[in-house]
Design a protein around this ligand. Structure first.
Ligand SMILES: *[C@@H]1O[C@H](CO)[C@@H](O)[C@H](O)[C@H]1NC(C)=O
Ligand SMILES: *[C@@H]1O[C@H](CO)[C@@H](O)[C@H](O)[C@H]1NC(C)=O
Ligand SMILES: *[C@@H]1O[C@H](CO)[C@@H](O)[C@H](O)[C@H]1NC(C)=O
Ligand SMILES: *[C@@H]1O[C@H](CO)[C@@H](O)[C@H](O)[C@H]1NC(C)=O
Ligand SMILES: *[C@@H]1O[C@H](CO)[C@@H](O)[C@H](O)[C@H]1NC(C)=O
Ligand SMILES: *[C@@H]1O[C@H](CO)[C@@H](O)[C@H](O)[C@H]1NC(C)=O
Ligand SMILES: *[C@@H]1O[C@H](CO)[C@@H](O)[C@H](O)[C@H]1NC(C)=O
Length: 542
């Protein structure tokens, strides 16, 4: 067996473009791929292999068998590089639970392994992330979280399915995927990485907390950590706004056209730059009282009851006087999906129907503080994902990067520094000691995992890479690409001090970069130091 050589790995890194497979000489990619399904058959416990097939570079593939809520019928994924795709099912208990998983093995393998994550109430392999990992030369795995489709209905009376969602899907996927990788290339992987956002961020933190040996480097974006309180908080907006005919309710149009400009008027200039980006919304102490209608005017103004709704929406979430979750930040009213529907938030409703009460007919309109409290007490399989002791991960030299869009409209961005500080306090570390293994970045003007008015493109997905993703492309610079920043940290010991985000013209990578901005890690704040605000040099982390 050819042992992978650290010197080679370093050489690969320094050049970054000259990625080369670490498979042994004489390795025949095509025939090894074609025969992989039968090679694997019966050799991995509890695993059924469906097929292995070669995807030639540039092909567009479709997913006719996936749940329609995951992939619109007929939707496709372009795979930029030669990839061997293997599909499998792995049973996870004797109660009928199991995961669907895939391993994508690129011809130009760097020796690295990558696990992708899920979103929402999971249930879908994220094929865009699979293609991204493979393109960057990682043997890449993805799984369906233990059930198909975006609804949590599969959890109903199936605790083993819920257990897969909480953590076992990712862990099983990694254990099996690493074996498939070694059986394909003939040598084991060198380093193991994780990249996920939202539920995927929570899954990444769960791995760090409970399966610290799975990864050398974990990137957890906008993590849905403190999960039970998050469900309660998102459900609680319905109690604040009421239904759409209530006097306390504001329509989407009122949030977007009346409140949002007023938030910008009060808070965009705090960072000394009027660019529509509230650089640090935690500093925005928004007061809606100037919007209250005067005299008999009813146009472009709101009632006192609506002003009170706005104040409550932008306040931290307390359950019976106990702090439970940070506030949604002013700025997110431009995408007010949590608090302008006049109904209870869908994911929260499903969580209570299918998990907390195991009753699909439960009247979710009656939910309130007792129920938010109950959900946290139940905390099935520790889905809360808020253990502050990650010393085992730290001691095995694991590295953790978290990031969070400051204009996240679904998960309050304050939750990410909150977990960081929880770890700092639990482990008794100072910022310098945290810096050695855990760095957390605040991405201004970024919505939930992607999108927004800020320089949000940091290489977190295939579509968020500045410049070409192909070997030799400038999109792989560790300064601009959070995944390659993690690779450099793990393999060269060079930690990212900042992440250089890009805003593409029309959010289209092909149209080029409109402006760039460096994002700071905790505890620093991005500060305008003068000059042209669209240039990264005009800002400094202080
Ligand atoms: C999920 O979908 C796959 C097809 O993509 C199917 O083979 C599998 O049986 C489904 N799993 C469940 C639990 O329904
Ligand atoms: C295979 O599945 C069975 C039943 O769920 C379980 O007891 C066993 O530990 C699994 N084997 C491996 C190697 O994971
Ligand atoms: C809002 O509509 C519901 C259902 O149509 C009705 O029962 C309720 O009385 C209405 N409330 C107000 C404040 O108009
Ligand atoms: C308020 O209504 C009165 C009577 O309808 C009208 O004369 C007056 O111009 C209105 N004032 C404003 C500020 O619109
Ligand atoms: C949840 O976590 C706690 C503390 O980390 C641990 O004691 C407990 O066994 C865990 N429970 C489950 C079901 O994993
Ligand atoms: C593999 O990488 C090499 C070196 O960057 C590149 O020249 C070649 O085009 C790549 N091949 C494929 C099939 O992607
Ligand atoms: C600021 O820099 C951008 C990008 O280089 C440029 O397009 C723009 O004209 C500059 N603005 C000013 C006021 O100099």
């Amino acid at each position: 067996m050819v042992k992978s050589s650290p010197t080679l790995a370093l050489g690969v890194l320094f050049t970054l473009c000259l990625v080369s497979a670490q498979a042994p000489p004489g390795f025949d990619f095509e025939s090894t791929c074609t025969s992989l399904a039968s090679t694997l058959s019966g050799s991995i416990p509890n695993t059924t292999v469906f097929f292995s097939s070669l995807i030639p570079a540039g092909s567009s593939i479709t997913f006719p068998d996936t749940d329609p809520s995951c992939q619109a019928p007929g939707s496709s994924q372009i795979v930029p590089v030669d990839t061997c795709r293997v599909t499998m099912a792995v049973s996870t208990s004797d109660q009928g639970s199991g995961i669907q998983m895939e391993t994508w093995l690129p011809r130009n393998w760097t020796g690295r392994f990558l696990s992708t994550g899920n979103g929402g109430e999971a249930g879908c392999i994220q094929y865009g992330d699979m293609a991204y990992g493979s393109t960057l030369g990682f043997a890449t795995v993805g799984a369906n979280g233990g059930h198909n489709g975006t609804s949590g209905r599969a959890f109903l009376n199936h605790p083993e399915v819920l257990k897969d969602f909480v953590s076992r899907s990712i862990h099983t996927n990694v254990v099996v995927g690493k074996q498939v990788t070694e059986m394909f290339y003939g040598v084991p992987h060198t380093k193991s990485y994780y990249l996920g956002c939202s539920t995927g961020g929570r899954q990444g933190l769960k791995s760090v907390q409970d399966f610290p040996d799975d990864f050398d480097g974990v990137i957890a974006g906008a993590a849905a950590a403190d999960y039970n309180h998050l469900q309660g908080r998102n459900g609680n907006f319905f109690l604040i706004t009421g239904p759409s005919n209530a006097s306390t309710f504001l329509s989407v149009s009122q949030w977007v056209n009346i409140v949002h400009p007023d938030v910008l008027k009060q808070c965009d200039g705090i960072d000394k730059v009027l660019d529509g980006i509230v650089e640090d919304p935690a500093l925005c102490d928004y007061d809606p009282s100037g919007l209250i209608c005067e005299g008999n005017s009813t146009v472009n103004c709101i009632s006192e009851a609506q002003a009170e709704t706005i104040r409550k929406v932008f306040s931290p979430f307390f359950i019976k006087g106990q702090f439970a979750f940070p506030r949604v930040e002013p700025g997110t009213e431009s995408l007010p999906q949590l608090f302008a529907s006049g109904t209870i938030f869908g994911l929260t409703a499903n969580w209570f129907r299918f998990v907390v009460f195991s009753d699909p007919n439960f009247d979710v309109n009656t939910l309130g503080p007792d129920d938010w409290e109950l959900a946290q007490e139940l905390d099935p399989f520790n889905v809360s994902t808020f253990n502050g002791d990650i010393s085992t991960f730290k001691n095995r030299d694991g590295k953790l990067i978290t990031y969070h869009g400051q204009a996240d409209q679904l998960i309050a961005p304050g939750n990410t520094p909150r977990y960081y500080e929880h770890v700092l306090r639990t482990m008794g570390l100072d910022f310098g000691q945290m810096d050695e293994f855990y760095r957390s970045f605040r991405i201004s003007g970024m919505g939930h995992c992607s999108g927004g008015v800020g320089a949000w493109e940091i290489g977190q997905t295939l579509g968020a890479v500045a410049g070409s993703v192909l070997p030799g492309g400038d999109g792989l610079s560790p300064d601009r690409n959070v995944l390659m920043a993690m690779v450099r940290w793990v393999e060269e010991g060079v930690a990212p001090d900042t992440i250089l985000g890009a805003k593409f013209v029309n959010d289209d990578p092909d149209e080029g970069v409109q402006f760039s901005r460096r994002h700071c890690r905790l505890p620093m704040r991005n500060t305008f130091v003068g000059g042209n605000s669209t240039l990264p040099e005009s800002w400094s982390c202080r």
